[in-house]
Design a protein around this ligand. Structure first.
Ligand SMILES: Nc1ncnc2c1ncn2[C@@H]1O[C@H](COP(=O)(O)OP(=O)(O)OP(=O)(O)O)[C@@H](O)[C@H]1O
Ligand SMILES: [Mg+2]
Length: 337
């Protein structure tokens, strides 16, 4: 079990090295995770005290860092982490077997250490796609998937292979989804509008209350009240701006640019890509509407021809790329140098 739990600010500082932007979501998640593990530590110290668990709902478009953030903070905390898709749970008739398989994977990630697995993090994606699937008679309805998930989110003993069992009481469940169109639903129902009567009311607090995702907004997506009730914390991931997309290619510890500079360095070549190129790639990525997901592919496409040529051209010491629309410049060593 975790000996010392990093403070929320320490968690955010670590995640910042890998995830660009999304400051609000990072903070919310860091506090949620910190509180979760603190509660467990306290309950372990004084047995009998029930831990009221606060699972988390992540809302945001595809490719904006939801999975990456959870993965990064789990790694930092040293707790096992797995992801699963709610849609695949809805496509099977054997939900409970699927759920067992998820926890089996969690135990694997923990290297078979069931005590570690009991304190892991399970991320269930595409929770917004659970609305009863039409024309799929053999599949489980979204609603019964929610009931099955509710059980393990609350805490249940799940059977694993080899006669082992894992208790899910202290596992943190994070649910994710894009919830397309949520903005419209939410703005149609500004619950707090009428409270804003006096001029002294803090407009930013009011704004925040209004931006809050209300459980009732989620009913539209087929989420049942009991289910939304188990996800009291919401964190929102925002669309990535061009500027953030550029930074994503350059800044993270394991950024795309850093990785390719390393590959070129292994060939004895320095790769130099102009800022303008990253901006062009970001523009394309915005058109593709897959968040940061398409960045790697676009960048790879750009450098692959050069990576093909470089091992043959042993006199090249530098590759300079100034635009997506110009040939890369190969700088050669002076003859005899
Ligand atoms: N904010 C970000 N900072 C750095 N990299 C990012 C960020 N957002 C996305 N990426 C990059 O895009 C990839 C996909 O992101 P991620 O898997 O976190 O998306 P997601 O929000 O979980 O999307 P989906 O809803 O489709 O599951 C990551 O592996 C990472 O390379
Ligand atoms: Mg994801």
């Amino acid at each position: 079990m975790l000996q010392t739990i990093p403070k929320p600010s320490e968690i955010v500082a670590h995640v910042d090295q890998y995830v660009i932007g999304q400051d609000e979501a990072k903070r919310t998640l860091a506090v949620a995770v910190y509180t979760h593990y603190r509660k467990i530590a306290r309950a372990t110290a004084s047995p009998g005290a029930r831990v009221a668990k606060s699972n988390v709902l992540l809302i945001g478009p595809t490719g904006t860092g939801k999975t990456l953030t959870c993965e990064t903070l789990s790694r930092f905390l040293g707790v096992p982490f797995v992801t699963a898709d709610a849609t695949s749970l809805a496509q099977t008739r054997f939900v409970n077997e699927e759920i067992e398989a998820i926890l089996e994977r969690l135990a694997d990630r923990a290297g078979g250490d069931l005590d570690a697995a009991r304190h892991g993090i399970v991320f269930i994606d595409e929770i917004d796609k659970l609305k009863s699937a039409e024309g799929a008679p053999r599949a489980t309805s979204g609603e019964s998937v929610q009931h099955a998930l509710l059980k393990i989110m609350e805490g249940a003993t799940v059977r694993l292979s080899g006669g082992r069992h894992v208790d899910t009481t202290n596992i943190l469940f994070i649910c994710g989804g894009a919830f397309v169109g949520l903005e419209k639903i939410a703005s149609a129902a500004h619950t707090y509008g009428y409270i804003a009567t006096s001029a002294e009311d803090n407009p930013t607090i009011l704004d925040r209350l209004n931006r809050r995702v209300k459980p009732t907004d989620l009913f539209t997506y087929g989420l049942i009240p009991e289910f939304t009730g188990r996800l009291p914390i919401t964190a929102r991931f925002r669309d990535l701006s061009k500027e953030l997309l550029v930074r994503i290619m350059i800044e993270p510890k394991d950024s795309i640019y850093a990785q390719f500079r390393e590959i070129f360095a292994n060939e004895g070549v320095e790769l130099k890509v102009a800022k303008a190129v990253f901006e062009q790639i970001a523009d394309l990525a915005i058109e593709y509407r897959t968040g940061a997901r398409s960045l790697r592919g676009l960048f790879e496409e750009l450098v692959t021809p050069v990576l093909y040529a470089v091992p043959d051209a042993t006199d090249v010491r530098e590759v300079v790329i100034t635009s997506l629309f110009n040939e890369p410049i190969l700088v050669r060593r002076a003859a005899g140098a």
